[in-house]
Design a protein around this ligand. Structure first.
Ligand code: HAM
Length: 449
């Protein structure tokens, strides 16, 4: 019988990578923390209506890619020809924004006259896309959302913070391209949308069927079509920048001025529309310039001043972004990055025979309790086998305990890198700890023995 494999488009993060994912998140929370962002965790599934109303019914993410979650009880209802009621219609989150905005509204986190609420999150998202390199059905995102302020400083500091994060994890600045655009607001966008719709209808001959259909469902998405012919036609379409109202123009200019002031380089891309319907004003995307094919967007986001009201909350402006962990790893790997081995011990205790095992076990526990990472042989291997094991577990030191040593009241401590060996009195456990802490201090100072 064939063994069961992971589901299509899903991947295991094995220990070396899982450890890096931990570091990736820690770095994100650290960088975002400098800008006042604090963590939030929201459920992995939500009522389907949240995504339909929040992200937009006509988006690919909602219309084609949502994973619906059905409880056993509801499955029975469905199979019996029944209907699942609104509140029980559930979907796995395809992105994090809708859930965070729902939580902010539900718990009234934005208070009248209070400071904007700045939230950061990390976790898996689910989209039933056709899997390919850089496109998964379960993938990990790190993101932020800021609710309660529409000032351009929020947009600019958010974009700067994202770029600082990429630098912090090691993606070379020169390997990335930052695209920015403005999507306008409820005052200027409807007329622009209509102008694009008319343009699509007038140029239908040169556009694919999907883009033709978009004239009625979501005309601006035609800018996002990857087909060369469509791109060529859409290059001549009316530009949003020429159709922004004065307020949106001023907002866009202010964001760009702040980016310029920080020395951040970016490209204005009037065809950047993003795949989610909630955006107003600022939108942006970060792409890797080479080596990632069509899945080259490692992050993106923008402003969404109408989303909270759209899902039934108070009218509250918002801004945010999310970045894809797996795509960042691909970008790093293109520049020679390799995961560090997760396994790394400070010490391993090797027993010459079983008579010393109770003492070894006590010593092991003591060292662990004060914070050292260590292990012992659990399979009764020979001494040679135990050394091999210590090597595999990448232990810095092996503490050797044998009846002779114990009779003399000492343990041998071998430095696995230099092969130096010292004898340390067993009853002076601090002496053993001292050995380790000296080497930990040396490691920290970059001194290799
Ligand atoms: P998004 O552009 O749909 O935006 O996703 C953000 C990032 O998630 C993408 O740039 C990409 O790196 C990664 N990503 C998306 N889909 C996949 C996939 N199928 N496989 C691997 N990686 C993927 C959002 O999700 C918005 N919620 C961002 C936002 C936050 N806007 C405002 N606030």
């Amino acid at each position: 019988m064939a063994s069961i494999q992971s589901a299509e488009g899903t991947f295991d993060l094995l220990p070396d990578e899982a450890k890096f994912w931990q570091k990736f998140r820690d770095t994100a929370y650290e960088v975002f923390g400098r800008y006042g962002y604090v963590p939030i965790e929201t459920p992995i599934f939500e009522q389907t209506s949240l995504f339909v109303r929040g992200i937009g019914e006509a988006t690919d993410v909602v219309s084609k890619e949502m994973f619906t979650a059905i409880s056993g009880e509801n499955l029975k209802t469905l199979m019996g020809g029944g209907h699942i009621k609104g509140k029980s219609q559930l979907s796995l989150r395809p992105e994090g924004t809708a859930g965070v905005v729902r939580a902010v509204a539900q718990h009234a986190l934005v208070t009248q006259g209070g400071a904007p609420v700045k939230l950061a999150y990390a976790g898996p998202m689910f989209r039933a896309e056709r899997p390919q390199k850089g496109r998964q059905r379960q993938f990990n995102q790190v993101g932020i959302e800021c609710l309660g302020a529409d000032d351009p400083t929020i947009d600019a500091e958010g974009i700067i913070m994202l770029m600082r994060f990429y630098e912090a994890i090691g993606i070379p600045t020169g390997a990335m391209r930052l695209l920015v655009n403005s999507m306008g607001c409820e005052n200027c966008r409807p007329a622009y949308r209509e102008a694009v719709r008319t343009y699509i209808l007038e140029h239908a001959d040169g556009l694919c069927e999907e883009c033709q259909r978009r004239a009625d469902t979501n005309p601006l998405r035609a800018f996002d079509c990857k087909k060369e012919d469509c791109r060529a036609v859409m290059a001549g379409a009316p530009r949003i920048v020429d159709n922004l109202c004065d307020d949106c123009h001023d907002h866009y200019d202010a964001v760009k001025a702040l980016l310029d002031d920080t020395g951040l380089s970016y490209v204005e891309d009037y065809t950047l529309v993003r795949g989610l319907d909630y955006y107003t004003r600022t939108v942006f995307e970060v792409q890797v310039i080479e080596g990632m094919g069509s899945q080259n967007a490692i992050g993106g986001g923008g402003r969404y001043d109408k989303l909270m009201a759209e899902i039934g909350g108070a009218n509250t402006p918002g801004f945010g972004f999310a970045l894809g962990y797996e795509r960042c790893v691909l970008a790093l790997q293109a520049h020679g990055f390799a995961f560090e081995p997760a396994q790394k011990l400070d010490f391993y205790i090797a027993c010459v025979d079983d008579s010393v095992r109770p003492l070894a076990f006590r010593m092991l526990q003591k060292l662990r309790d004060i914070g050292y990472k260590g292990d012992i042989d659990h399979q009764h291997r020979s001494l040679k086998g135990q050394f091999k094991q210590a090597d595999k577990l990448r232990a810095d030191y092996v503490v050797v305990l044998g009846p002779d040593e114990v009779a003399r009241g000492v343990a041998k401590v071998r430095n696995m890198a230099s092969h130096n060996e010292v004898e340390v009195p067993i009853d002076q456990a601090e002496a053993i700890y001292q050995c380790f802490s000296d080497s930990a201090a040396a490691r920290e100072a970059g001194v290799t023995e």
